[in-house]
Design a protein around this ligand. Sequence first.
Ligand code: ZN
Ligand code: ZN
Length: 438
Amino acid sequence: MTRRLLLAAAASLFASPASAGALTDAIRGDMPQLMTLYRDLHTNPELSMQEVRTPAKLAADARKLGFTVTEKVGKTGVVAVMKNGPGPVLLIRADMDGLPVVEQTGLPFASKVRAVARSGVETGVMHACGHDTHMTSWLGTARRLAAMKDQWSGTLVMILQPGEETGEGAKAMLDDGLFTRFPKPDHVLAFHDAAAIPAGVIGVTPGYALANVDSVDITVRGVGGHGAYPQTTRDPIVLASRIVTTLQTLVSRENDPANPAVVTVGSFQAGAKHNIISDEAKLQLTVRSYKPEVRKLLLDGIRRIARGEAIAAGVPEDRMPIVTTRDGEYTPATFNTEAFSNRALALFAENFGAQRVMKTPAVMGGEDFGRFWLADNKIQSLIFWVGGTPLKDYQAAGGDASKLPSLHSPFWAPEADTVISTAIEALTLASLDVLKKG
Ligand SMILES: [Zn+2]
Ligand SMILES: [Zn+2]
């Protein structure tokens, strides 16, 4: 849907004959309690892989609903299983971590939490990515599905994942036996709140939805000396500048334009004083792609360009640039399998009305949800978006998301009740569809 169409549709959003079924009513009844949980989670965010209070609280809630709950899976993850007769195994995932961001929303339940980030620096902590809406919807969905056990058959594996923001949590849970110690899913499902679409609108992206994310460091080494005598040096700032410029040709000249790719130099640090040519410059890059062959083209190209430009600059062999890929921080691309995506699109449109459901374009952001599908690509996998930006703000901005707070902004304040009630309904409907009684 184009922005103009979306704006027009958004205007009639709540005038639509949205389903007023038993499920919608039941969720409405759950909402006061769920919003109390949401505000509590929002006020008490925890940093990646340091989630302690959050999983303990939600594990207790899931136990009360009749789930068999295992804690500390993948360090701080939770696995809640409900076996309910023969049928498929469906995994539903919510992520738990907040971000090292000082909240500036001004909400009465804004976070004042401070913690020491991995960098060793003390920082504010905020649910600036909306993972608090994910967890609240996770519990709301668990509650609905537990109450509707007579309407489905199969096994439900509901997981709370740590460390999404650092790209570690899904891997940590898989490495800790998520698919071997617990029933192995044949469907995996999740949602993420979204800033670029109005509250209550659902976006589904069949195929590649989010990118491969690689972090690369380049240490450019030169030969330092006096700024007045450049002929006695090999200036790493000039060389690093050339490397930055030549890197632009990877996407513009070497990559097939039909395949999305990004090479961004986000940090360039060198030198200390006007008249000193330093002996080192440091570059930090984020490198994004969908397909494995594009990822390889970019990473190989970065090494080749760094070395090639150093040779051109006359840098001695033993001072060639050092290119390091941070493999521990790699997040693989997220792929939404066609069958599950298209089924969900049809199901959501039928339930919410076509004006509240859109096919959204893929983005170059990252998510480690894709790891569950990568662990076994026979699995049907889907992560969909639920818009969180209040409709009036969206309309005031003319549908231009760049004028609105984005995810990770200290001002990100989604219309939480709309996100949560929409997400619970969508997750529950998709679950009932997967776990249909034979
Ligand atoms: Zn995030
Ligand atoms: Zn997130």
